[in-house]
Design a protein around this ligand. Structure first.
Ligand code: PXL
Length: 274
């Protein structure tokens, strides 16, 4: 069975990070091998949380995998708890990275605001990590951080051309696709894929509110579907549809739903996509 090493946190509530990667990657018929970056009572968007940083344990954990000679078809990274974790991940990619696709979700911020445990220095390290990635999946805020662009200006201008230029500026010989998520206008939400030789635009009707974990669901589906042989565009279409159906299934009165989306009954969509 193909394997994906997922380096992300384990949050008890919030339907995000490893608690979504495990069922989603499994539903896609793949083995999800987790490396926790932190263990939290719940994700940091709740009023309070407890976070146990796993940095000091990660190397011993990975060393055992090195001795076991395992191979991965892909590595997917997400939420990081310290700058040192980037060095640990870079070493992991060097050790396991031959013929392994590297997906970096540069988790740092959303809606123009950094997540609670992120600061400028950690963002600089995330930038370093994205340079090793074959595919990156920033939301619009994270794209602006990666490109040193002004988020407020980008939101005001609402220019897909400008967003596209920023995304293309991150393409390299290593980074073959930049997928920018969550570009909103009055009626729709767009995911834009920038490749060396063009772009693809995947649109969905805009639904009210924002939800924890949708970025993690997105990166898990895109990574798993690409490992299963789908094109990046097909993978993004699958992820976009899955999230749309899951949000519709999540009744909330809140502008921001920290408990995430009810994705469970839609896993069938992923099982059948194999
Ligand atoms: O989904 C992003 C994310 C992942 N993990 C943790 C978070 C967040 C966003 O707030 O707090 C712990």
């Amino acid at each position: 069975m193909k394997k994906i090493a997922v380096i992300n946190d384990l949050s008890g509530f919030g339907k995000c990070s490893l608690t979504v990667s495990l069922p989603i990657i499994s539903a896609l018929g793949l083995e999800c091998n987790p490396i926790p970056t932190a263990i939290l009572s719940n994700q940091t968007g709740f009023d309070s949380y407890y976070c146990a940083d796993f940095t000091e344990n990660m190397t011993s954990y990975i060393d055992v995998w090195k001795q076991q000679n395992v191979k991965f078809d892909a590595v997917l990274t997400g939420y990081l708890a310290s700058e040192k974790q980037v060095d640990i991940i870079l070493d992991f990619i060097d050790a396991f990275g031959e013929n392994t696709l590297v997906f970096v979700d540069p988790v740092m911020a959303d809606d123009g605001v950094l997540y609670d445990t992120y600061d400028k220095n950690l963002c600089e390290k995330v930038k370093e990590l994205t340079k090793k990635a074959n595919i990156i999946t920033p939301n619009l805020t994270e794209l602006c951080i990666l490109c040193d662009a002004d988020y407020d200006e980008i939101i005001k201008e609402k220019s897909n051309d400008k967003i596209c230029k920023l995304a293309k500026s991150l393409l390299t010989d290593t980074t073959k696709a930049v997928i920018v998520t969550g570009i909103k206008d009055d009626k729709s939400i767009t995911n834009l894929i920038a490749y060396q030789n063009g772009i693809s635009v995947i649109k969905m009707p805009l639904l009210k509110g924002s939800y924890s974990g949708t970025g993690d669901i997105f990166s898990s589906i895109v990574c798993g579907a690409v490992v299963n042989g789908k094109s990046v565009k097909e993978a993004v279409e699958l992820a976009t549809n899955f999230i749309y159906c899951s949000i519709i299934d999540t009744p909330t009165e809140l502008d921001y739903e920290p408990d995430g989306v009810n994705f469970q009954k839609h896993l069938e969509m992923l099982i059948n996509a194999k």
